[in-house]
Design a protein around this ligand. Structure first.
Ligand SMILES: Cc1cc2nc3c(=O)[nH]c(=O)nc-3n(C[C@H](O)[C@H](O)[C@H](O)COP(=O)(O)OP(=O)(O)OC[C@H]3O[C@@H](n4cnc5c(N)ncnc54)[C@H](O)[C@@H]3O)c2cc1C
Length: 630
């Protein structure tokens, strides 16, 4: 361990994550009810009516025109750079203030219109989608909108709405999924704080003039301390962009390593109070998470369009390739999943816009589902395109063919399964919310720190709750031919209703079996969450298709639901029939070096370099790579 690494136990890591959780459920939650075995269609049906805004429609039209005329996705890929003119064009349209209130110079778009905008512009270049989403959803605008003081809003939001770019800096070399290891500090001084530390992988970090920086305030007299969110000027003395990072995809991303050396931040720039940083980040992400699936929806629509064009044109073995069953099943998957994913996203956006429901579980489910499924959609498109799927757009164009960047799309999409909560972390996050009701009634029974009195009270509470709840898991609307208003889609909702009760029973069985150790059964919990995602997707898709009154939508919803049911059935089987224990045993042996023999026969990977680079505090010795837009 070095000076820049902190020794943090699993218990400490968990308690930091737990402290950042929103504990209250003030509004109804479809997701929470679903995991308790209740398919509350009344919360999502009738399908919400989108609020139509003339201004938003005009903006979307202009944005589409701008994307088509001025954004050259291939050039961004080739130059690994979004041109200055594109930044300015986006700023002129108001893209950097899409969700900022009109009174601060923004467009004040709804969540739905914001995500439509990201889907639209993200289809011209995913790097632009990522730029705008990181700026708006996790950068300065959203945390200030939710937690900022009036003064902060007045000071910063107009600058952002006018086109200044912002970034969100949480990750450090030693902090990825585990913020408890944070070593960036904010030490209280006269009038404010001094920030010291190095932040890794900040999207937009190399073009941003306003940053949200997460740093640890030490506890002291008058300071409760803890991880705290600050607004920091990107041009402040002591801030140095030391690197611009390069990745598998999203080559236009302006992603930085940023060093802070004795950077003074006035106390007025604390967002929400000391120690509130992670809570702010998590709450911001409740709706902020929707922008990532918006880009996944863009990718799925693009893939569908290419799959259609190519498969109806390309002829092999006397048939259009789309007519061969092996290809047709892939096209069916792409079409149905694109519809399902968009339904989930639209529903979450409109529920957030209505402000009627708590969507923290649903938004996390759509992030998880969208990022995983968009990846498989792009992979299937590449297969459908054959060799051309593997060829770059530039190479295709040089041979006189359509410059279709399927391979780039796959590369661009891969990160969605890692950032804004990796799939593994999303599983844990959602699973925690899914078992919240159980923990709140029975948590003390399995908590080794709870005294005898607490345990006794919990036993009484749990007996009451389970005596009422368990019987509800055996019969329900899905058992008696319900959901008649959905016509042919009713069968899927009946199935989903029964499956949600089974899901709750499986969860209960897991809790009874493993008790406090359930949290370590990550594969089990991951499957529980994935089944929940499929059920939510079926409910959203059927609700939307039923409301549409269009036969075409019902067809897609029907196929999507059939496919989702198949996936959920496999997952349910695997809950209790799997190789998890054997996998874990072998993984343990892999880590201990037992199977090193299996690595023989290839050249060994290079030995130099660290697994995790260490950094030393102090002033930067690197040139500042902050890119000033001209
Ligand atoms: C292109 C790009 C853009 C990014 N943009 C930003 C940004 O704008 N701002 C920012 O702050 N960060 C950003 N990040 C960082 C990103 O959020 C992290 O990469 C992500 O949180 C995962 O952290 P990590 O890479 O350190 O992986 P690690 O935390 O080291 O995880 C490694 C693996 O272990 C798994 N894992 C970790 N903990 C657990 C656990 N408890 N249980 C089960 N599995 C676990 C992970 O899922 C992963 O598979 C970006 C990263 C990239 C690559």
């Amino acid at each position: 361990m070095t000076a820049t690494q902190r020794d943090v136990s699993a218990e400490q890591a968990r308690s930091v994550a737990e402290a950042a959780r929103e504990t209250e459920w003030r509004k109804p939650s479809f997701g929470k009810q679903l995991f308790l075995g209740r398919l509350r269609m009344d919360l999502i049906d009738p399908w919400p009516t989108p609020k139509v805004s003339e201004d938003a429609e005009q903006f979307l039209t202009k944005l589409g025109e701008f994307g088509a005329a001025h954004v050259d996705g291939e050039q961004i890929e080739r130059d690994a750079r979004i041109p200055d003119e594109v930044f300015h064009g986006l700023a002129d349209l108001g893209c950097f203030g899409m969700k900022i209130d009109k009174k601060y110079g923004g467009l004040g778009l709804s969540n739905l219109d914001y995500c439509r905008a990201l889907t639209l512009i993200g289809s011209s270049s995913p790097s632009i989608g990522a730029l705008l989403s990181a700026h708006q959803s996790i950068g300065v605008p959203q945390p200030l909108k939710l937690f900022g003081t009036d003064e902060q809003k007045q000071k910063f939001l107009p600058r952002l709405a006018a086109g200044e770019v912002s970034a969100f800096l949480l990750t450090e070399p030693d902090v990825g999924s585990d913020p408890a290891r944070m070593s960036c500090t904010a030490t209280p001084v006269e009038g404010g704080y001094r920030i010291n530390g190095v932040k890794l992988w900040a999207t937009n970090g190399s073009v941003s003039t306003l940053l949200v920086v997460m740093a640890l305030v030490p506890r002291s007299d008058g300071h409760r301390g803890g991880i705290t969110a600050f607004v920091v000027e990107g041009t402040a003395e002591g801030v140095t962009v030391e690197r611009r990072n390069k990745f598998l995809g999203l080559r236009g991303l302006e992603n930085s390593v940023t060093r802070f050396h004795d950077v003074f931040v006035p106390k007025e720039n604390v967002i929400g109070g000391e120690g509130q940083g992670l809570k702010i980040a998590l709450t911001t992400l409740n709706t902020g998470r929707l922008s990532l699936p918006a880009m996944c929806v863009a990718a799925s629509k693009w893939c569908l369009s290419i799959a259609r064009g190519w498969s109806s044109h390309r002829v092999q073995w006397g048939r259009r390739v789309g007519e061969h069953e092996a290809v047709a099943t892939k096209i069916g998957y792409i079409a149905a999943t694109a519809y399902g994913m968009e339904s989930m996203l639209q529903l979450c956006c409109m529920l957030a816009d209505d402000n009627s429901n708590d969507i923290r579980i649903e938004a996390a489910l759509v992030k998880l589902f969208g990022s995983e499924k968009a990846w498989t959609i792009a992979d299937e498109l590449i297969q459908i395109r054959g060799g051309r799927g593997y060829e770059t757009a530039e190479s295709l164009a040089a041979r006189g063919e359509k410059a279709l960047s399927a391979e780039q799309l796959l590369r661009d999409l891969r990160i969605n399964r890692i950032f804004e909560g990796s799939t593994e972390i999303m599983h844990l996050f959602i699973a925690r919310e899914a078992v919240d009701q159980h923990l709140s009634v029975a948590g003390d029974i399995i908590d080794p720190r709870a005294g005898a009195g607490k345990k006794a009270r919990a036993l009484v509470r749990a007996a009451g709750f389970y005596a009422r709840w368990l019987p509800t898991l055996f019969v329900g609307r899905g058992s008696f031919g319900g959901y008649r208003g959905y016509g042919s889609l009713a069968q899927h909702l009946r199935w989903a209703e029964r499956a949600s009760r089974r899901l709750a029973r499986h969860t209960f069985r897991g809790m009874a079996r493993w008790q406090g150790r359930l949290e370590h059964r990550q594969a089990f919990l991951g499957r529980i969450v994935d089944i929940g995602a499929e059920l939510f997707a079926i409910a959203a898709t059927c609700s939307r298709a039923n409301a549409s009154g269009r036969a075409e939508e019902r067809e897609l919803a029907d196929l999507f639901s059939r496919q989702a049911r198949q996936r959920a059935i496999v997952l349910e089987h695997q809950l209790w029939n799997n190789t998890d224990a054997a996998d874990v045993a072998v993984a343990k042996n892999v880590l201990s070096g037992r199977y090193v023999f299996q690595e023989e026969g290839v050249l060994p990977p290079p030995d130099e370099g660290e697994w995790v680079a260490t950094w030393q505090p102090g002033p930067s010795t690197e040139p500042n790579l902050l890119r000033r837009l001209k």
